[in-house]
Design a binder for this molecule. Structure first.
Ligand SMILES: CC(C)(COP(=O)(O)OP(=O)(O)OC[C@H]1O[C@@H](n2cnc3c(N)ncnc32)[C@H](O)[C@@H]1O)[C@@H](O)C(=O)NCCC(=O)NCCS
Ligand SMILES: Nc1ncnc2c1ncn2[C@@H]1O[C@H](COP(=O)(O)OP(=O)(O)OP(=O)(O)O)[C@@H](O)[C@H]1O
Length: 204
C-alpha cells in the first residue's frame, strides 16, 4: 500500500486537511489521537508514565491528565524526550497494525503526525506533505480552539522543528492561509497520489 505522511506545526491545519482527504475516501491514521488512546489503554505504558511523571498523570477515573503532563514536558526538553520515548514506539506499532487491515481496494493511506519528521516516522511512509500557515494565523487558531495562551502555544512550537527545516524534508506542500483554498490543493495532490499508486500496481 502506498503510504503518505502528513504533518505541519501546531495549528497549521493538518487535521482539517486530512478531513478533506477522508471525504475523498482515503483512510487516515491520526497518530496524535492514537497516542492518546494508547496512553489510557496500554497498562505497561500507563505504569511507565505514572513512574516518570507521577500518579497525578491520570485522574481517578483513568483519564489522562493532559494539563499535568503538558506542564512538565513542554517546559523541559529532557522530560519531553522521556515522554516521546515511552509513547512513540507504541504508536509505531499501532500504525503497522492499522495499515495491514486496510482493504486492498484503497489506493493509498495517510498518516497524520505532528512529529512526522521529529520522530523519524517519515521513514515509515513513501512520501510526505507539509501543511504550512503564517505564525500569527497558527497562534490565533490554537488560542481560539483550545482556550490556551499564545505563550503556551509558542512553548509547543519551540519543541517542534521549524517550517524552514521541515520544508527541506517534505515532498509536497499545502498552504493553509487565508488566500489559498485547501480543497483545490488536496484535489491536486490526490490526483498525483492516485497516479503514483496506479503506476506502482502496474506490472513493471
Ligand atoms: C503532552 C500531552 C498529554 C498534551 O495533551 P494536549 O491535549 O494538550 O495536546 P494534544 O495531544 O492534543 O496535542 C496538540 C498538539 O501539541 C503538539 N504536541 C503534542 N505532543 C508533542 C510532542 N511530544 N512534542 C512536540 N509537540 C507536541 C502537536 O502540535 C499536537 O498536534 C499530549 O500531547 C501527549 O501525550 N503527547 C505525547 C504523544 C505525542 O508525542 N503525540 C504527538 C505525536 S504521536
Ligand atoms: N483554512 C482554515 N480556515 C479557518 N479555520 C481553519 C482553517 N484550517 C484550520 N482551521 C481551524 O484552526 C484550528 C486548527 O486546525 P487543526 O486542528 O486542523 O490544526 P492541526 O495542525 O491539526 O493542529 P494541532 O497540531 O494542534 O493538532 C481548528 O480549530 C480548525 O478548525
Amino acid at each position: 500500500m502506498y503510504k503518505v505522511g502528513i504533518t505541519g506545526g501546531i495549528g497549521s491545519g493538518k487535521t482539517t486537511v486530512c478531513k478533506v482527504f477522508e471525504v475523498l475516501g482515503i483512510p487516515v491514521f491520526y497518530a496524535d489521537t492514537v497516542a492518546k488512546e494508547i496512553m489510557v489503554r496500554d497498562e505497561l505504558l500507563i505504569e511507565g508514565i505514572k513512574t516518570t511523571f507521577g500518579k497525578e498523570s491520570y485522574f481517578e477515573d483513568g483519564k489522562l491528565n493532559n494539563k499535568h503532563i503538558a506542564s512538565i514536558v513542554f517546559n523541559n526538553e529532557a522530560e519531553l524526550a522521556k515522554l516521546n520515548a515511552l509513547v512513540h514506539p507504541a504508536v509505531f506499532r499501532a500504525f503497522d497494525l492499522w495499515e495491514v487491515q486496510i482493504s486492498a481496494e484503497v489506493p493509498y493511506t495517510l498518516k497524520e503526525a505532528a512529529l512526522l519528521f521529529e520522530s523519524e516516522s517519515y521513514k515509515m511512509v513513501d512520501t510526505t506533505i507539509l501543511v504550512t500557515a503564517p505564525l500569527q494565523i497558527k497562534l490565533d487558531r490554537v488560542v481560539a480552539r483550545d482556550g490556551v495562551s499564545a505563550e503556551q502555544v509558542k512553548a509547543r512550537m519551540d519543541k517542534q522543528l521549524s517550517d524552514e527545516e521541515k520544508i527541506k524534508m517534505a515532498n509536497h506542500f499545502i498552504v493553509n492561509d487565508e488566500e489559498h483554498s485547501i480543497i483545490e490543493q488536496v484535489l491536486a495532490l490526490h490526483k498525483v497520489f492516485l497516479n503514483t499508486a496506479i503506476n506502482l500496481k502496474l506490472p513493471q
